[in-house]
Design a protein around this ligand. Structure first.
Ligand SMILES: [Zn+2]
Length: 73
């Protein structure tokens, strides 16, 4: 029995929270998928993705990546 997880994602253009499972507008930029509440937002994003990509945190499934301790020697 696993609890139902609703993954909320942020539209990088208008910063609205949307349910990932209901997001029909998507764009992939630098191997990261971005979700949008409307085709209009997606078009804006695709015109200058580098400008909007920084607006949302990178999703890491299973909490991997980005947390590796810094290696020093
Ligand atoms: Zn939007």
């Amino acid at each position: 029995m696993s609890p139902e997880v609703t993954l909320m994602v942020t539209d990088p253009v208008c910063l609205k929270q949307i349910d990932e499972t209901k997001a029909t507008e998507k764009a992939v930029y630098r191997e990261q998928t971005y979700y949008f509440d409307s085709a209009r937002c997606r078009e804006v994003f695709e015109r200058s993705p580098e400008e909007f990509a920084a607006n949302v945190p990178i999703l890491t499934y299973g909490d991997q990546g980005s947390r590796f301790p810094e290696r020093k020697h």
